[in-house]
Design a protein around this ligand. Structure first.
Ligand SMILES: Nc1ncnc2c1ncn2[C@@H]1O[C@H](COP(=O)(O)O)[C@@H](O)[C@H]1O
Length: 194
């Protein structure tokens, strides 16, 4: 287990996207979590990159908790092979459990659902509902437009640069892992000193 990071919530696409590098980064995410004894928490489906990251974690000997609303059972092809599967009633419940049970959040390539989850976890941090690391893994530049939008918001005077700093862009999962450990450690030290 990696210090105080025992579980990571990964938000990513329920589709594969157009670049083969998206699959690669999802596979690498599962491998690095499993190798370090860190549990994957994710949306519980088998489709797209969500399925890839779950399968990759399991194949590498890791543990996976999937959280899926019952109405998405068929649409997202609920993953029957995960270590723990939690079936919930609503999207809100799913998100709440994902947020509560993870020590860090990784954003991998994805679409609208991934954007929603990213903005919610970021704004919760802005509102000081949590202080956990948020790492956007910008594989093949998939997140460039999203990053530009966050930066534009600061330039336009709609967000503080301190809020923008609450999500960190990293090039790969190795960096996401390293930053998750060091940010969590820094936070623990600052709480101890308080
Ligand atoms: N509004 C939403 N809130 C939370 N999660 C959502 C929402 N819309 C879709 N999702 C889930 O996000 C993942 C990834 O979706 P992509 O659109 O493929 O990025 C998926 O499990 C959706 O159910």
């Amino acid at each position: 287990m990696a210090g105080s990071v025992r579980s990571v919530a990964v938000f990513c696409g329920s589709r594969m996207g157009n670049s083969p590098l998206y699959r690669t980064v999802a596979e690498q995410a599962g491998q690095i979590l499993a190798k370090n004894g860190v549990k994957l928490v994710y949306g519980g489906g088998s489709n797209g990159l969500m399925g890839v990251v779950a399968d990759s974690t399991l194949k590498a000997g890791g543990t996976v908790t999937g959280i899926i609303p019952h109405f998405l059972h068929s649409r997202e092809n609920m993953h029957e092979g995960v270590t723990d599967l939690i079936v919930v009633d609503s999207m809100h419940e799913r998100k709440q459990i994902m947020f509560d049970t993870a020590d860090a959040y990784w954003i991998l390539p994805g679409g609208f659902g991934t954007f929603d989850e990213t903005m919610e976890i970021l704004t919760w941090k802005q509102l000081q509902r949590h202080a956990k690391p948020i790492l956007l893994v910008n594989a093949d530049g998939w997140g460039d437009a999203l990053i530009a939008m966050l930066d534009a918001s600061v330039k336009q005077g709609f967000a503080e640069s301190t809020a923008r700093a609450k999500i960190e862009v990293v090039p790969d999962v190795e960096a996401a892992f390293a930053r998750s450990i060091s940010e969590t450690r820094q936070y623990a030290i600052s709480v101890e000193q308080f």
